[in-house]
Design a protein around this ligand. Structure first.
Ligand SMILES: [Zn+2]
Ligand SMILES: [Zn+2]
Length: 110
């Protein structure tokens, strides 16, 4: 369920574009910064549980402009172990949203 649809085609990414972590001095290729974010900045994600559906939402807030994005994890409802088991994958998905936002709105990687 975490398959990444290949939006990259639409973004016309330069192959060796350098990205800088929005939270620290780390910089590298997109994939390196992506992994770095998931490994080091998971505490920047917010989590909320929807009252009605009991779905768990991960919330990422852009450190530049304050825009926020949510990623729902529907499986958490029936499987409490899902969130801990797949936490890293969930982080990757959510930080991917942030990276697309930073690329689109704040010229990251250009
Ligand atoms: Zn960082
Ligand atoms: Zn922003």
């Amino acid at each position: 369920m975490w398959k990444c649809r290949s939006k990259q085609k639409q973004l016309r990414l330069k192959k060796e574009a350098m990205f800088t972590c929005p939270y620290c001095e780390f910089s590298g290729k997109r994939s390196e910064v992506h992994n770095h974010l998931a490994e080091n900045h998971g505490d920047t994600l917010g989590v909320r549980v929807d009252e009605f559906t009991k779905h768990t939402f991960y919330v990422i807030t852009c450190p530049v402009c304050g825009a926020s994005y949510e990623q729902v994890t529907k499986k958490a409802r029936r499987d409490p172990s899902f969130v801990s088991e797949y936490e890293y994958e969930i982080r990757l998905v959510v930080f991917d949203l942030l990276l697309y936002h930073l690329q689109g709105e704040h010229q990251l990687g250009e």
